[in-house]
Design a protein around this ligand. Structure first.
Ligand code: HEM
Length: 396
């Protein structure tokens, strides 16, 4: 098999292909998308920190200079939202936005949320156990991070059911070559979400609460688009990957029963287990960067104006960094996985994600010690955002 992100077999089993890429062609040109695939950990890590690359080029050049067409007009409402969040801008705008938002995400601030996260996780798992199991993804993995981030932002309870569909539709644009239908769906979702948040921010400006939307609405240097872009980013980034780490993580444990037993016998392994599950089956398989100046990687000249595709899933299985990389080892001590990224865009929510994962895995280990798989799950078709359709289990 070759690198083929549109092939469900590849999406289900990408790791042998990655091993071959790392060994034979660590930087390889991928014709269908015109990108250079980068598969070794050292290179992925270095390029994420290299300022000659960017998530965007718009801070240094116009679309035409990069041989790109401006996005079609119908996509304007989508890019207006996305380009106003910190993830898709570069310094100096990135530095300013990240500074404003990061106050809410210091490890200490986030640690203060732990009791609430624990209570939500405990409640979800209690209800799940009471009915003997079901779809772990829909009933535990999704509602936990969505509830946490929605509470942080201050989205009223009655509106929370709107968030997950908006977010899923927006994420459709991030797959490689999204279909016209996926593009239209993403645009519509972004526009609806933006209108919703603008109305909420106006309300909170008049009558502030303790939440993040109120706090952001008070910051005069933040434009309305930036506020909307920040909230959409936090909601999307704040749950998609966490949901998938939970689903993929349990599926990994079920496929490695000895490691599951080891964890069940010793819950103090949970912190290393979470990191290992994030490494072994990476929830975000690939991130792209624009090359802003000519560079050379592994002896391959990569010209300005193209994109590199950084294969996180491959970097996380690199034997140069991880001894016996294909083995799941819930006690792996030295684990510099790249799943939260690196450099200036390093995941702002990493401390919160870790707390959510610790609390949900912890609650399930404690309250459902006999958790068992009912049937083999199916991967969603997307490659970049790697997740399962569902995960049917019984709690025994
Ligand atoms: C296990 C769960 C998570 C994973 C694997 C993850 C992964 C990542 C990665 C890889 C990036 C960098 C992307 C790049 O460099 O192109 C990123 C950025 C980001 N993440 Fe996460 N994330 C997770 C959870 C969260 C949570 C819970 C939040 C917030 C509540 C969050 C908020 C963000 C934000 C705001 C950024 C943009 C940072 C910037 O551009 O400076 N993430 N995340």
């Amino acid at each position: 098999m070759r690198f083929d992100p549109w092939n469900p077999d590849f999406v289900a089993h990408p790791y042998d292909v990655y091993a071959e890429l790392r060994r034979a062609e660590p930087v390889s040109f991928f014709e269908p998308t015109g990108q250079y695939l980068v598969s070794r950990h050292a290179d992925v890590n270095a390029l994420l920190r290299d300022r000659r690359l960017g998530r965007s080029y718009l801070h240094v050049a116009a679309h035409e200079e990069f041989g790109q067409e401006a996005p079609p007009d119908f996509q304007e409402p989508f890019w207006r939202v996305i380009n106003a969040g910190m993830l898709d801008v570069e310094p100096p705008v990135h530095t300013r936005l990240r500074r404003l938002v990061s106050r809410a995400f210091t490890p200490r601030m986030v640690e203060s949320l732990r009791p609430r996260v624990r209570a939500i996780a405990g409640g979800l798992v209690d209800a799940f156990v009471a009915k003997g199991g079901g779809d772990l993804l829909a009933e535990v993995a999704e509602p936990l991070p969505v509830t946490v981030i929605a509470e942080m932002l201050g989205i009223p309870g009655d509106d929370r059911h709107l968030l997950r569909p908006w977010s899923a539709d927006i994420c459709g644009m991030y797959e490689l070559n999204p279909s016209p239908q996926a593009q239209h769906t993403a645009v519509r979702a972004a526009a609806e979400f933006a209108d919703y948040l603008k109305a909420l921010a106006r309300e909170r400006r008049r009558q502030p609460g303790e939440d993040l939307v109120s706090a952001l609405a008070q910051i005069e240097e933040l434009t309305e688009d930036e506020l909307v872009g920040t909230c959409v980013l936090l909601l999307n980034a704040g749950h998609e990957a966490t949901v998938n780490v939970t689903g993929n993580g349990w599926w990994s444990l079920f496929r490695n029963p000895a490691e599951l037993e080891r964890l069940r016998a010793d819950h103090s392994l949970l912190p290393t287990a979470i990191e290992e599950l994030m490494r072994w089956d990476t929830p975000l398989q690939m991130f792209e960067r624009w090359v802003l100046e000519d560079i050379e990687v592994e002896g391959v000249a990569i010209p300005k104006g193209v994109e590199v595709a950084l294969l996180f899933g491959s970097a996380n299985r690199d034997p140069e960094v991880f001894p016996d990389p294909d083995r799941l080892d819930v006690g792996r001590a030295d684990n510099p996985h790249i799943s939260f990224g690196a450099g200036i865009h390093f995941c702002l929510g990493a401390p919160l994600a870790r707390i959510e994962l610790m609390e949900s895995f912890g609650a399930l280990l404690e309250k459902a010690p006999k958790l068992e798989l009912v049937r083999e799950p199916v991967w969603k078709p997307g490659y970049v955002i790697r997740g399962l359709e569902s995960l049917e289990v019984t709690t025994g």
